[in-house]
Design a protein around this ligand. Structure first.
Ligand code: GLN
Length: 248
């Protein structure tokens, strides 16, 4: 089997080590002899390159890079990705990417950055009125059937506060940390097979169950059949996961 991963704006939106998610996904495929190709989708890349991609990933960034990517994402890449998300293509949007897939992101300074509304959410950076939401974070997944009740651990670093639309479900319930806005106790969002999350770390390195969920989803959609992934030796990943859970 083969998977093609679309990695959006790797040159602009990978400030917080989120490229590690691409490493996790490719390694976990290769160990299982699943051919995997990573398509770097930059500002210059034609949207046609997104066709036939089986997984979508976009990482975190500072406000400046979000602005640089914002126009292309709104006009070109975003509408195509919106269609792919509606077709259940598994997607992971981390932090700035999570903010970018909403209706708009209000940055620390300057005009709102409009988004394609892939997820029904809005985000506002409260400038100097409020501290940045930074630190280790743990949460319990609550809106993914195959993962509900499982924990995720990571690191967050965002000034933006995200509000979910009435019908948009949160990804997880915060155990320790801030999450979407430091107020409602939720983290991230889930819509079909798309996940938005504030978790850096990168998120997939200490949460192998989430990495495998994305891979399994992609294979099942692509090959239209049930897929049972061969279990991997994740002793180290779970040791790191449980260490962080206990430490928090
Ligand atoms: N620049 C955005 C914020 O500060 C996102 C930061 C990030 O991607 N970690 O909220």
């Amino acid at each position: 089997m083969k998977l093609k991963i679309a990695w959006l704006y790797r040159d602009l939106m990978s400030t917080y080590g989120d490229r590690g998610n691409i490493i996790c996904l490719t390694q976990r495929c290769q160990i299982r002899h699943i051919d995997v190709e990573v398509k770097n989708i930059t500002l210059e890349t034609s949207v046609k390159e997104l066709n036939k991609c089986d997984v979508i990933f976009m990482g975190g960034a500072q406000d400046r890079q979000q602005k640089l990517a914002g126009g292309d994402f709104l006009k070109n890449k975003g509408p195509v990705i919106k269609k792919m998300v509606e077709e259940n293509i598994p997607s992971l949007f981390v932090c700035a990417a999570y903010q970018a897939v909403g209706h708009y992101y209000r940055p620390y300074k300057g005009a709102d950055i409009p988004g394609p509304g892939i997820l029904d959410l809005t985000t506002k950076h409260l400038g100097d009125q409020a501290k940045r939401l930074i630190g280790d974070i743990s949460a319990e997944i609550i809106n993914i059937k195959e993962l509900n009740g499982k924990t995720i651990v990571g690191f967050e670093n965002h000034g933006g506060r995200t509000s979910l639309g009435a019908k948009l479900k949160p990804f997880a319930k915060v155990i320790k940390g801030f999450g979407n806005n430091g107020e409602d106790g939720y983290e991230g969002a889930v819509y079909k097979n798309a996940i938005g999350s504030y978790f850096h770390g990168p998120i997939l390195s200490k949460n192998p169950h989430l990495a495998d969920w994305l891979i399994g989803c992609a294979l099942e959609i692509k090959y239209q059949k049930d897929v049972e992934l061969e279990p991997l030796d994740d002793e180290l990943e779970w040791k790191a996961h449980d260490f962080m859970l206990k430490r928090l």
